[in-house]
Design a protein around this ligand. Structure first.
Ligand code: ATP
Ligand code: MG
Length: 720
């Protein structure tokens, strides 16, 4: 660097600086986690503006999340002053496309004041169309159609591009027709959905050269972070923008890591980054190999793991950092113990002076957050959930709780309103209005009014009967509640009211997650003797709306944590069936397993100084204890970088498992051995995994103290 180079340039290493200084022609920065790709991209943006190579309004810069865009804006402002104020094209693909589409809405058949509909609206619309077409809505749920349409849009396909085979995905080949009807309906409403934002712009670019050329000449520079997770429509859109006709040099710079491609389920195609050099001949390919984020052990563990993937370019990572702890792998008895251990560790870290916002718990699936939330509430540890709702605030959980509240407390009008038509039973707003009026006049709660109104002719017979049936169900569940456990009650109610069936019919990744959340809810209830106790616990949890001015531990999914870093990262639930997920195992393909492994790589590489992986020996699934096998990913971590321990060999207290009387306390031992036998046939990775499992888990029978399930609530625990 020359003497006049600004501070922020000299701080970069040589390859980073090369990326920042190379301002002519395509640049591909392909490098592993934590090597400063995002940092270099940010510096490059600053450099372009500082050198006056382009005005901020002439630069297109795509980030993966809105948060990342905000951070980049701040960071550039920090580097070169407030010059970035007018930087209109910095954001996610969606944000940028929405901004463009406003200007050209009429070319997509809309007016410029078009609305972007959300998923609820989309669902309602699809439902109307499905009904109008006389299709069986139960067999062909709106959500299924929504996910097909989404997939087609992610691939840049208009209705006419959907071929017969694709069309088969919905209603025996009527997918294409329904897609077209939906698009027509949107147009008539002067509306579009999220997927349309990019698709419409892509279509406009294809059909209106003048518009395309206008943007091609506007954008002197195009930059994209996390390029490995672009999907087809994003790729096609970018390529049109970047490949200016008649020009040989294209100023596009993309950065990414093929090992961190984790969104193929949403249509992302890692091939996009691999063919960049073909798309943009003469691209300068820059490799960054020095990792600035993590300790050698964390890097060693992550690199060793990802090496097991066959489909990868392969990269070297090194660090100047020395020392640091090995990655800790801890075996625990069950999920409650997992949460307890993490809670204790965090309290210790806090005492040692580590701010809570430098700590994260990264989960594979949403349902895993519940155990941690309950525990943290009990011990008064502040936490926040990013990229999702807190467990008890999720829609499906609120619905389930509304049923339970109404069973416990028939005069709970809010609960009644929430569930009286969920799942759909054909009761509309009109019915509710009449019911409200009736209830007010008679000074009775809505549920009572629903019964009483049956003796009048205020409502049409159909609505009356539907309400009566619902009230009868509620009365019956109330009786059941007196005898059975809250958890059994919950499962029964959710099945019988049709909620479970509704989600199962949707057959989407999202509905699978919701089902998992519901069974997690039932699992949570197993610790409570009465429905009342449980509901009280929930209100305490909900009340704990954490304050904004305090530091908090972050709980989020690994998917949402991409690009972020934390001093200390906890990774719970590394068990076969949780991580890798059951879904990926069922699909069975190598590709889905390798994507799970990339996810594991992303998870470990979020850690700067400490990484703790946990796995429980037992999970309660649908009220049954099942023993779990440690994730194969644990066996794949190079031993030199791992510290393996288990709480299982320690004293009887740790063994105070919550056996229910119908379980044979030693059954799981036999199961495990059987599993090991059959797994041994699956290859060396499995062999190692199961060998380690035996090491840490072979229980010494005298340590096992079977007890009844604990009935002490977390709240009473907290009061101690
Ligand atoms: P990921 O693949 O996870 O997105 P990345 O390659 O984008 O990672 P960054 O987030 O840009 O990596 O950087 C990782 C960490 O290294 C950050 O804390 C960043 O500030 C720091 N860093 C980046 N470059 C340098 C450098 N040249 N000198 C010192 N620290 C650096
Ligand atoms: Mg990054």
């Amino acid at each position: 660097p020359s003497d006049s180079a600004p501070d922020w340039l000299t701080r970069l290493n040589p390859p980073q600086r090369e990326a920042v200084m190379t301002l002519d022609g395509p640049v591909l920065m392909l490098a592993g986690a934590g090597t400063g790709k995002t940092a270099a991209l940010t510096a490059r943006l600053a450099n372009i503006i500082a050198q006056r190579r382009a005005w901020p309004s002439e630069i297109l810069c795509v980030t993966f999340t809105n948060k990342a865009a905000r951070e980049m804006r701040e960071r550039v402002g920090h580097l070169i002053g407030p010059a970035v104020e007018g930087m209109p094209w910095l954001g996610t693909f969606h944000a940028i496309a929405a901004k463009m589409l406003r200007r050209h809405a009429e070319l997509a058949g809309m007016e410029s004041n078009y609305t972007i509909i959300d998923m609820d609206d989309q669902n309602r619309l699809l439902k109307q169309l499905i009904q109008a077409e006389g299709l069986d809505e139960k067999r062909w749920p709106p959500k299924l159609l929504a996910s097909c349409i989404d997939r087609w849009k992610n691939r840049g396909m208009m209705p006419e591009d959907v071929d017969a085979m694709e069309s088969e995905a919905y209603a025996n080949g009527r997918g294409q027709q329904m897609y077209r009807l939906y698009q027509d309906r949107l147009k008539a409403l002067n509306a579009c959905d999220f997927g349309d934002l990019l698709l419409h712009m892509l279509t406009i670019f294809r059909r209106h050269r003048d518009v395309l050329e206008q943007y091609q000449s506007r954008f002197k520079y195009i930059m994209v972070d996390e390029y490995q997770d672009t999907n087809s429509v994003q790729y096609l859109w970018l390529r049109l923008l970047a490949q200016k006709t008649g020009q040989t040099r294209h100023n596009i710079c993309v950065v990414g890591d093929d090992d961190q491609s984790i969104y193929s389920w949403r249509g992302a195609e890692v091939a996009n980054i691999l063919r960049f050099e073909q798309d943009f001949p003469g691209a300068k390919v820059i490799k960054l190999e020095q990792n600035y984020r993590s300790t050698p052990h964390i890097l060693g563990a992550a690199s060793g793991l990802i090496r097991e993937n066959s489909e990868r370019l392969g990269k070297t990572l090194w660090t100047e950092a020395t020392g640091g702890d090995k990655v800790k792998v801890t075996g625990v008895w069950d999920a409650p113990e997992e949460a307890r251990r993490v809670g204790e560790d965090i309290e210790r870290l806090e005492r040692e002076g580590l701010p809570l916002d430098k700590i994260a718990i990264l989960v594979r699936a949403q349902f895993q957050t519940r155990e941690f939330e309950d525990r943290f509430i009990a011990i008064g540890l502040n936490y926040r959930i990013i990229g999702g709702f807190r467990f008890y605030e999720r829609a499906e959980i609120r619905d389930a709780l509304a049923y339970l509240r109404l069973i416990a407390q028939p005069s709970d009008d809010l609960a009644f309103e929430r569930i009286y038509n969920t799942p759909k039973r054909g009761l509309g707003d009109k019915t509710l209005e009449k019911l409200h009026r009736f209830a007010r006049a008679q000074a009775m709660p809505l549920a009572a009014a629903a019964l009483a109104i049956a003796d009048t002719d205020e409502l049409p017979a159909r609505a009356r009967n539907t309400l009566l049936a619902l009230m009868r169900d509620l009365a019956r569940w109330r009786d059941v509640a007196k005898e059975s456990s809250p958890a059994d009650l919950a499962r029964m109610v959710l099945d019988e009211c049709g909620y479970t069936g509704m989600l199962q019919a949707e057959r989407s990744a999202e509905s699978a997650g919701r089902l998992e959340n519901l069974s997690e809810l039932a699992r949570a209830m197993e610790d409570y003797e009465s429905l009342g106790d449980f509901l009280e616990h929930v209100s305490l949890v909900m009340d704990n709306e954490a304050r904004d001015d305090v530091e908090k531990v972050t709980i989020m999914t690994i998917h949402a944590a991409k690009g972020l870093e934390f001093d200390h990262v906890f990774l719970p639930g590394w068990e076969e069936g949780v991580f890798p997920s059951q879904r990926s195992l069922d699909e069975g393909g190598l590709a889905s397993l390798e994507e799970e492994r990339r996810l594991a790589y992303v998870a470990i590489t979020r850690a700067r100084r400490h990484c703790t992986i946990l796995h429980a020996a037992n999970r309660r699934i649908y009220g049954q204890w099942t023993s779990s096998i440690p994730s194969r990913f644990i066996a794949e971590l190079p031993e030199a970088h791992v510290d393996q321990s288990s709480t299982m060999s320690g004293g009887a207290s740790l063994w105070r498992a919550q056996w229910s009387e119908r379980d044979d306390p030693f059954a799981h031992v036999a199961t495990r051995v059987d599993q090991q036998r059959s797994n041994a046939a699956r290859g060396p990775g499995w062999q190692r995994a199961t060998e380690r499992a035996t090491e840490s888990y072979t229980p010494t029978p005298r340590n096992v103290v079977p007890t009844r399930p604990s009935t002490r609530s977390a709240a009473s625990f907290a009061a101690k």
